[in-house]
Design a protein around this ligand. Structure first.
Ligand SMILES: Cc1cc2nc3c(=O)[nH]c(=O)nc-3n(C[C@H](O)[C@H](O)[C@H](O)COP(=O)(O)OP(=O)(O)OC[C@H]3O[C@@H](n4cnc5c(N)ncnc54)[C@H](O)[C@@H]3O)c2cc1C
Length: 395
């Protein structure tokens, strides 16, 4: 269990980064519920919102200043995402840029960083797609079958990916694929590599992208690789060591998306409490009934507890301390807090919860995804069981 040295790490309470919060709220005010409702109805990409977040520099929060970003701590980036979600916006449409970029930052060569990071920071290039999941192997990542074979100064890629979000709205994609077949690798985690794919050149030249019909507007796609040629210079990190590159970005990813869940929970609790005060049935506000009031109050308590764990995980990460335990617990608790708040909000709204103009059903659908992606609840519990509590590996 992770208790060493943590006493020296300070966890901020209250509204830290007030200027960032204020700035994000101002942007959110330009993208009201009507905007998101229409984007959802049309299954469109929130291009204007993503542009506003890029132009303001918020999506470049984690890119170091020397590459044109703001060089802020992970907590500040989390606050940006949380504020978006707490104020009705859906930052998940753009959040991958924050954590996907980390793989390039930590494992890319200096030349790759100079070539891509400044343009990502300015919004000229979008690095929004991250290709890991495959239809036949799912969570069992090391078994993935997409193959990249070296041919001169290129890799030639064949295979398939599923649930790859934003691929139709991104210029670049980080792709995890096998460069050594699993039966020839020393360990099953060896032989995987990360390639930076330029989607602008790839589509129609060995890559086909098909939009998936899913219950939330996440711009999720299926990818079909049939002889895609990727320049060998686009290998990120060492060939065969790609799994490690992806793994060491997981804590940041989990902490960032946990902030979104906290923001979701805040939105649901605020929306539910207001409605519970305003809606009169049996000549009194429905919030006067304990059956309505208590689930909202419980959701608030759960959100506050999860928020503390999110803050702790971020503080440890920013202090450069081990935080696998806290990042995973933060992800578990925040996704459950958001889901319980979503359920309370739906139930409070009765039949009106189903009416699209109330925005509750849309946000309820969106909040649910955090229990499945980017990592499902069971796999988090498996991490805690094995790595924190020392029980046998369950898979
Ligand atoms: C909207 C959306 C967007 C996504 N975006 C991306 C993306 O951009 N890039 C990307 O690579 N992927 C993406 N994903 C995929 C996502 O990461 C996976 O769906 C998720 O990791 C689970 O994989 P799976 O769907 O194959 O489930 P499976 O692996 O088939 O698992 C199904 C269920 O079984 C459980 N399970 C499996 N094995 C075990 C075990 N050993 N012990 C206990 N329980 C187990 C899982 O927890 C899950 O609940 C996205 C998914 C969604 C829904």
């Amino acid at each position: 269990m992770n208790t060493m040295n943590q006493t020296t790490v300070q966890v901020p309470l209250g509204e830290d980064y007030p200027e960032i919060r204020e700035g994000v709220r101002r942007i959110c005010a330009d993208f009201p519920n009507t905007y998101w409702r229409e984007i959802d109805r049309a299954e469109a990409y929130p291009t204007e919102f993503v542009r506003a977040m890029s132009e303001s520099g918020y999506l470049a929060a984690l890119i170091p200043e020397e590459y044109g970003g703001a060089g802020l701590p992970l907590r500040a980036a989390g606050v940006i995402l949380q504020e978006c979600h707490a104020h009705g916006c859906y930052a998940a449409a753009a959040h991958a840029q924050m954590y996907t970029m980390g793989t390039l930052l930590r494992h890319g060569s200096e030349e790759q960083k100079r070539k891509y990071l400044p343009k990502i920071a300015s919004g000229e290039l979008r690095l929004q797609a991250f290709g890991v999941t495959e239809p036949t192997t799912g969570t069992d990542t090391t078994k993935l079958k997409t193959r990249a074979v070296r041919d001169g100064d290129h890799y030639v890629v064949h295979g398939q990916k599923v649930f790859i979000s934003r691929a139709l709205h991104s210029d670049l994609m980080l792709l995890l694929c096998r460069t050594t077949p699993v039966d020839q690798a020393q360990k099953k985690t060896d032989g995987l590599s990360v390639l930076l794919v330029d989607l602008r050149e790839a589509v129609g030249n060995g890559l086909e992208i098909r939009k998936l019909d899913v219950m939330i507007n996440h711009n999720t796609t299926e990818l079909f690789f049939d002889g895609l040629r990727v320049p060998a210079e686009n290998l990120i990190g060492q060939e065969g060591k790609g799994f490690r590159c992806i793994l060491d970005g997981m804590n940041a990813e989990r902490i960032l998306v946990s902030h979104e869940s906290i923001g979701d929970a805040q939105w649901f609790i605020r929306t539910a409490s207001r409605y519970a005060c305003d809606r009169i049935v049996f000549d009194r506000p429905i919030g006067q009934n304990q059956g309505i009031q208590f689930p909202i109050a419980r959701a608030y308590a759960e959100m506050q507890a999860a928020d503390m764990m999110v803050r702790k995980a971020a503080a440890l990460f920013d202090a450069g301390q081990p935080c696998g335990e806290e990042a995973n617990i933060a992800k578990l608790l925040s996704s459950e807090a958001a889901w319980n708040a979503a359920e309370a909000c739906m139930q409070t709204h009765g039949g009106f919860g189903y009416a699209r103009e109330y925005d509750v059903e849309r946000r309820w659908r969106e909040a649910r995804v955090q229990r499945t992606a980017p990592i499902s609840t069971n796999l988090i519990l498996a991490y805690i069981g094995e790595h924190v509590l020392g029980m046998p590996r369950s898979y």
